[in-house]
Design a protein around this ligand. Sequence first.
Ligand SMILES: Nc1ncnc2c1ncn2[C@@H]1O[C@H](COP(=O)(O)OP(=O)(O)OP(=O)(O)O)[C@@H](O)[C@H]1O
Length: 502
Amino acid sequence: MHVDNLPAGGTAPPDTDTGPAGRPPVVTARGVTKTYGRTRALTGVDLEVRAGEVLGLVGHNGAGKSTLMRVLAGLEPCDAGTVLVHGAKASAGDFRTVRMAYQETSLCPDLTVAENMWVSSRHCLPRLRWRRAASDAVGRRLDEMFPGHGVSPRDRVEDLSLARRQMVEIARACLVDRLDLLILDEPTESLGPDAARSLYAYVRRLTEAGTAVLLISHRIREVLSVADRVAVLRDGAVTAERPASGLSEPDVLGLMGAHVAAAPTFGAPAAAGTAARETVAELLGATGPGLREVTLRVGRGEVVGLAGLAGQGQQEVLERLWRPVRRDTTVGVSRAYVPGDRQRSGVLPLWSVGDNLIVTALRGIARRGLRRPAEERAVVADWVKRLSIRGGAEAGITELSGGNQQKVIVARAFASPAGLVLLDDPFRGVDVHTKTDLYGLIRQEAAKGRSVVWYSSENAEMAHCDRVYVFRAGRVVAELTGEEISEERIIGVSFAEKGEDD
Ligand SMILES: Nc1ncnc2c1ncn2[C@@H]1O[C@H](COP(=O)(O)OP(=O)(O)OP(=O)(O)O)[C@@H](O)[C@H]1O
């Protein structure tokens, strides 16, 4: 610990354990402070990332993780403090070997994958026949990192799925002559389990070759299995640094200042009596792009889960419930949709947090067509408080951290009067503590008679549902209720031997 880095005002020093010594630091932050308007994003951060290690960085939504990463990557100047690269005060050119893969991808949607590579890595690609060179380079890197990725360098980024965009983003970060530090900001939130495993195998190869990796994630178990050390960021300061070995998930949550989230109990929700509920929406043998004879029912006040491996028809079901065709039954119920890709279809970037939050509730609040601003403000204030949306109602939505933006999108759906809320993997990037609150919120809203249809890439979340439909290749392969809902069962049917259509 650096003595000159003690937080101002005599605060207790961070709880540190310097862990595996002897490796030279690649990037060091000393007393780094960063303020945005009235928000103090970083308040005197000290952190060292060493050659050949994976350092996991954890903390609540809005704790300052992404800001710190941008400062460590030389993308933003700090207001006070210093950043050292290889032990020397850094100037712009020194950050060339530090690369970052962003949580919201930095790719230009209108360009192809190869063109994006050229834009971000042109200093290490030839100028002559650049398109071919960029295609070859990114193709090779993707093959190395994510075997079976299914991306062509000629694909336009806009046409790629979220998972494939994330793979390209990570490959883009690694496309450089020399890589001393790779920063991964929530890299696996949009990746499936196979791609996540491939990524971490690649990370191991990088660290064995001496590259340092800084991993930000809300998936604490994942951090503990990959990282050598863990640093905890809390309200803009590093409050603990520990070797990962010997730390448990509750230990880390405790260091983050969260309540230790109880593991969800499968089969606990009010499973009994779901059959007796009035039907709110129903698909009967629905067939269409990505769907094959899907039959499912949503009862009033029921939480229905859509499970299975990613991309097996769950999103198509949400889409179909959002825009039913004539054959489908929906009982005149109003609907709200939380999209999976907030950048594309969730966030209204020029609007404030309050306006983003209230937009779908306006009609319900208005009286005889007249808006009621005081009521609107009260609804916004209530949701900002309920979900601890850091930044407040007046802030521009893009000033919020990624997880806080996601909370606004979720609040928008529940603040509306919708009787049927459709959730597409809604808690991506949301911290553990807030997720636990949101699970409670879903159950409360269901108890009031709202119906929820919820696709999640995390099987454990299905524990909060009354009924779960497991999907494979566009079909429902299992319907589970009550105690039948278990992670093992979901995984079992997701991977059961493949039928002729798979
Ligand atoms: N460009 C900006 N303008 C204004 N405020 C900002 C800006 N970027 C970040 N902040 C604020 O700084 C604080 C830290 O945000 P940051 O994105 O670093 O958090 P984070 O720990 O990465 O959160 P998350 O887990 O949600 O991604 C937040 O309160 C955020 O609102």
